[in-house]
Ligand binder design. Sequence first.
Ligand code: AMP
Length: 457
Amino acid sequence: MAFKALNLSESVLRGVQAAGYTDPTPIQLRAIPVVLGGGDLIASAQTGTGKTAAFALPVLTRLGAHGRTRVLVLEPTRELAAQVETSFRNFARFTDIRTVAVFGGVGYGAQRSELKRGVDIIVATPGRLVDYLKSGEISLRDINILILDEVDRMLDMGFLPTVKDIIARCPRERQTLFFSATVPPEIAAVASFALRNPAKVEIGVARSVNESVNHALYPVAHDQKFDLLEALLAKTEFDSVIVFSRTKHGADKIARRLKAGNHAVAVLHANRSQNQRIEALEGFKSGKYEVMVATDIAARGIDVAGVSHVINYDVPEKPEDYVHRIGRTGRAQAVGDAITLVTPENAADIRDIQRFIGAKIPELKLEGFVYAPIIARPEQPTQNRGFRGGGQRGGGYGSGGPRHAQSGGGGRGQGQGGRGQGGGRGEGGGQPRSSEGGWNRFGASGGGASGGGRGSR
Ligand code: AMP
């Protein structure tokens, strides 16, 4: 097995074998030797690249046998903490290493008894960890490997002061590993005080969309979004679909309507109790629910094998979230499809996303769906994005029509108007990738959007 060449311990290799991995992924090939060598590391890698094993396997090898609490892994969300701890536990199944996941939203009892038994590895979210540090139930004095996972997300969520405090409580003599999808300047700043001469490993372009995902835009009038979602679901041979909503309220509403249409639906967002969140995720993983409606809390890192489709009911607010959301599908080389419903109001967001990923996203139209004219809603406020210049934000999808042509050019900087790089709509067609990509499963027709919906204006 190709993992053998990486100098992992025998028991860890057995764990890898039991997980069914045969060949290391690029991030594993590059990060494992650094971590085994004891050096600090900043690794940027897309979601789904196998980064958990890239740190878990060498860390378990370095730990050897059960002892004091020597490893702390920080995760931004409860789900990720649970998932990463499960990975550690699986890889460690032929060792006597003990792990615990520490996160909020659930009682303290079970976590406390695990901690009392003595653990080698703690995988925690910052908030709950601080509770235990305050009560003295966790001490970081023996930590010699500190791992910050999804650092960019952690900082986005406002954890910076807490994270700094936690880092300061760890011994100075330690190995520190940063994993982040992107490494913006704020992260470089934290890294400069937390890491010593870190090796840098960058896999792929952190902005790029996983190659095994076919993605496309489905333009639609605002009032038809739900109808199109239902039609897509009806026409799709999907195994499991995540539908992303921008807001918690929106997610609940979509879920209610889908349930009314006899879909088995789970909902995942921050207002749900931890038990509800666990039940949603478990039920989705087990196949009890075919659709999971989620906010961006679910977009990062969550590993749900076999997600065949991601549907962005709402365009994500931040371009990087586009990459994270659609990274839920096409994980570990499976082919996945990602659909984004777009209304004229989303023109600027789409432009930003296309600029961010450095590619134009093809547009498609669902065959057989009766499209209403797609007209920008003039009453829509521009959403707090003063820097963009005002008005209808570049005229959006209507750049072919006179009413939009007037408002075109309102975009920022380069005056790109409503179009994405390279001319936006009209030419956007064709199947996203090779025909094996599976778009035919939707009965989608390439480029039709510009002919159908928009032409009718
Ligand atoms: P991660 O990026 O760590 O969330 O991993 C993404 C998915 O890839 C998970 O389902 C892993 O179990 C899987 N995976 C990680 N490494 C490998 C490997 N070397 N071979 C096959 N699957 C892997």
